[in-house]
Design a protein around this ligand. Sequence first.
Ligand SMILES: *Cc1c(COP(=O)(O)O)cnc(C)c1O
Length: 242
Amino acid sequence: MSDIKNNLLEVKNRIQLACEGANRDKKNVSLIAVSKTHPKELVREAFVAGQLQFAENYVQEGVDKIEALDDIRKNIIWHFIGPIQSNKTRFIAESFDWVQSVDRLKIAQRLSEQRPRDLPDLNICLQVNISGESTKSGVSPTEALLICLDIVELPNLSLRGLMAIPEPGASLQSMKDFHHLFLEIQKHLKRHQFKNKFDTLSLGMSDDLEPAIRSGSTMVRIGTAIFGARNAEEPPETLEEE
Ligand SMILES: *Cc1c(COP(=O)(O)O)cnc(C)c1O
């Protein structure tokens, strides 16, 4: 059995055990394979092993990979999870199915305007900074509700939930607080007869998927545990617009 197939089984096993420990149904936790820096051949290998959702961090690399894997495009759900410069939004709006790293209203507005009309609504998560470090992107927890209320008004987008990248070794309490914020916003949107599903709490990576699932995560984003260690170097960005 290939490494990737084996790694996928191991990660699924970890998810199942974490769900059992938390008394949750594993159907409510989706697994996103983070393929950043890894070649398209490995994405295909994971796809053949049954993995259907993938995430990329860098616009140029992601767009290139999606195009190179065009023959399986219809079977894959592609997530964008990296920092977003406003002059790159068009490429994201045209190529991806989800954008989890929206961290300001301006980015949501541009994605809304630039989403091609013949494609389904772009699924959006608002990224929240739950570690309070100035270096990490994401809105503060106190701003999150108001920004969500603005995003739900935008056409061509479907606001699906919240995403966070806790600092390594973050406390279980900070993850539980994040889940609480998610439930509060969900309740608020329901009261306002918001029609779309606000059902996604994207939290958990290779090293912290267990506490994330215990804290209510519905979507874990796993890179290293599936594809192995990444080269430290970031790929160059060459796409330019505006
Ligand atoms: C790289 C990355 C991941 C995956 O991290 P691993 O530790 O390799 O599992 C998840 N989410 C985001 C936003 C990332 O940038």
